[in-house]
Design a protein around this ligand. Structure first.
Ligand SMILES: N[C@@H](CCC(=O)N[C@@H](CS)C(=O)NCC(=O)O)C(=O)O
Length: 189
């Protein structure tokens, strides 16, 4: 890369900053800036590089790569295969007790949900099945099955009396509008 100071050539600023003064396969010369001398006299400051590459082309290539990746992920990814056996097993777990929560130990939303149910609302732990999926060898399989059954992949995934409640925000919304107490009634009977 080589910089040229102001050249002797004088004239109006007929080309834009950053534009190519010369562009060949082995070198290119770009206009860096124009030094104003008088109202009508300018010195161009030029920069010469040995390798000519089109920065627009690089941007297009990067965007194309990203777009291809997103499209491939969205449309070409193979659907997760969850065995009917696992689905039946998870459905069984959901129905085993009044409350079912699929959680992960590090998940703050899960902590909030468990605190709402067991500390705030005093749901007896004996009435609930809580799965910490990240501590289970078949946790990801169960998560796939939950997605298949409820359409929800995130944790916490809450069921009360076999009814899908949703995540922590859904639980909080039900708590706010007073419907959660109604859902939990059978738990305390
Ligand atoms: N809006 C959801 C947010 C739940 C969420 O984002 N959970 C994260 C974990 S903290 C999750 O499930 N991530 C995907 C995963 O762990 O597979 C809720 O209120 O429950």
């Amino acid at each position: 890369m080589r910089y040229f100071g102001p050249l002797r050539k004088r004239g109006p600023p007929h080309f834009l900053h950053g534009s190519f003064v010369y562009k060949g396969p082995e070198r290119q010369v770009k206009l860096l800036s124009l030094h104003r001398l008088t109202n009508s006299n300018y010195h161009p400051v030029l920069m010469e590089t040995n390798f000519s590459f089109d920065s627009n082309l690089i941007v297009i290539v990067i965007i194309t790569l990203f777009a291809t990746r997103i499209i491939a992920k969205r449309f070409l990814s193979t659907p997760k295969m969850v065995s009917q056996e696992t689905i039946a097993h998870v459905k069984d777990l959901i129905g085993q007790k009044e409350v079912f929560v699929a959680a992960k130990t590090y998940c703050p939303y899960c902590k909030a949900t468990l605190s709402t149910l067991f500390q705030e609302l005093n749901v007896p732990k004996s009435k609930a099945v809580v799965l910490e999926l990240d501590e289970m060898s078949n946790g990801s399989e169960i998560q796939d099955a939950l997605e298949e059954i409820s359409g929800q992949r995130t944790v916490p995934n809450v069921y009360i009396n076999g009814k899908h409640i949703g995540g922590n925000s859904d639980l909080e919304a039900l708590k706010k509008n007073g419907k959660l107490a109604e859902f939990l009634k059978p738990v305390f009977e």
